[in-house]
Write a protein that binds this ligand. Structure first.
Ligand code: GLA
Length: 390
């Protein structure tokens, strides 16, 4: 019961068919950027931690052509058309989906690049609201499209940071750097280990065909901009301020335990998550580098428990999906992934059992909740790139 991932050529054909239908001609520049799934290192990208995501074989593809005007006209699925005036400064619009794009245009403008008028159609295989960073994929796809339209290349880091700023300023989510970095830096068969203190990515090979990554979208979602995310981020800032150190990377569990009374229960538990998760991620990186996975299941289980009990970003459906996966034949480990409050889990499993694991996750989750989940396997995929240009 593993859902197929549409190929880039299928998505490109769909985007071009939409271009033909809405704007009378296929695109001349086609760009793509993937969503991401995080193996471990959750809610610590804004705490100078380490995170270990990968770009997934689920993409946003945008096909575009210049239209000799000063307007951008964009379509995405059945969303109302977005018409953006490129000759005046960008601001937040009531048409929510267009704000990611406005934010990216603003980023280019701030760098001194005017965007010429264009028509574009966007198609996506990244489930929206699935905790798989469809917004980062959209931002990175648009930034890559603009590079193509302008005939320039920003550095990958610069592009990822521009995309992150779009998310902060135009979508109101004070996110860390993980999603945009994974979408921009992703490479086939490589995990993207990010040192969030130095903003340095390091590729960690994941090419063993005997191991598979299964993503299970619970299909329940809560909007990250509803304040839950910002509250978590603020609590970690309060925690490190009470500890009195410059960075979470210099803090220890002992620091947290010593300050328990001063922190109060909530900030204490958020802080305990941060130091624990930084250590677990370092240990998991060792497992991926050495191929010794004897403790990966425990690390993923501990990460999930900490996100559920201390950081309080899980929910019943995520807990259920992890519980179903845990202990199944061939499963090495499972946990919630991404911002939480719904969204997806990630399960590391032996490839020979992946189909069966996918089927059990699907059937048992559906039987218990009445919700049909979306389950697929992925390998680390190529990050944002121009597919073609004519
Ligand atoms: C969201 C944010 C990321 C990160 C994760 C949690 O996906 O966009 O920056 O904080 O939540 O790890």
């Amino acid at each position: 019961m593993l859902q197929e991932n549409d190929s880039l050529s299928t998505l490109t054909a769909a985007a071009n068919a939409d271009m033909l239908h809405h704007y009378g001609a296929a695109g001349t520049v086609i760009a793509a950027a993937p969503g991401r799934v995080n193996l471990i290192g959750e809610h610590i990208d804004y705490c100078d931690g380490f995170v270990l995501p990968l770009a997934i074989e689920r993409y946003i593809v945008v096909s575009a052509k210049l239209n000799n005007s000063t307007e951008a006209r964009l379509r995405s699925g059945d969303q109302p058309e977005a018409v953006i005036d490129l000759s005046s400064p960008q601001s937040i619009s009531d048409l929510k989906w267009s704000n990611y794009i406005r934010g990216v245009i603003k980023g280019f403008n701030d760098l001194g690049h005017e965007i010429p008028g264009f028509d574009a159609c966007i198609v996506s295989s990244v489930p929206s609201g699935g905790g798989l960073s469809s917004s980062a994929a959209l931002e990175c796809a648009m930034a890559t499209l603009f590079e193509g339209l302008l005939g320039i290349e920003l550095g990958i880091r610069e592009k990822a940071l521009l995309a992150q700023k779009a998310e902060h300023d135009f979508a109101g989510v004070p996110c860390g750097i993980m999603d945009q970095f994974a979408s921009a830096f992703g490479e086939q068969d490589q995990l993207v280990l990010i040192d969030c203190r130095s903003s340095e990515p390091e590729m960690v090979p994941f090419s063993n065909p005997d191991l598979s990554i299964i993503v299970a979208n619970t299909c329940v979602s809560h909007d990250l901009s509803d304040g839950g995310y910002a509250e978590r981020r603020k609590a970690t800032e309060d925690g490190i301020a009470i500890i009195g150190k410059e960075s979470w990377r210099d803090a220890t569990l002992e620091d947290v335990l010593t300050k328990e009374a001063e922190m109060g229960d909530r900030v204490f538990r958020r802080s305990r998550h941060v130091v624990g998760e930084i250590q677990r991620t370092k240990d998991a990186v060792t497992a991926f580098k050495t191929g010794d996975f004897s403790n990966i299941g425990q690390l993923m289980a501990d990460s999930h428990a900490s996100l559920r009990d201390d950081f309080e970003v899980s929910c019943e459906e995520l807990d259920l999906m992890v519980e179903i996966a845990s202990g199944l034949e061939g499963v090495l480990g499972a946990r919630m992934t991404g911002g939480g409050f719904g969204g997806s889990t990630v399960t590391l499993c032996e490839t020979k059992h992946a189909e069966e694991v996918g089927k059990i996750l699907h059937d048992r989750y559906e039987a218990k909740t009445g919700i049909t989940p979306v389950i697929f396997a992925t390998r680390p995929a190529k990050g944002a790139h121009v597919i073609s240009q004519s």
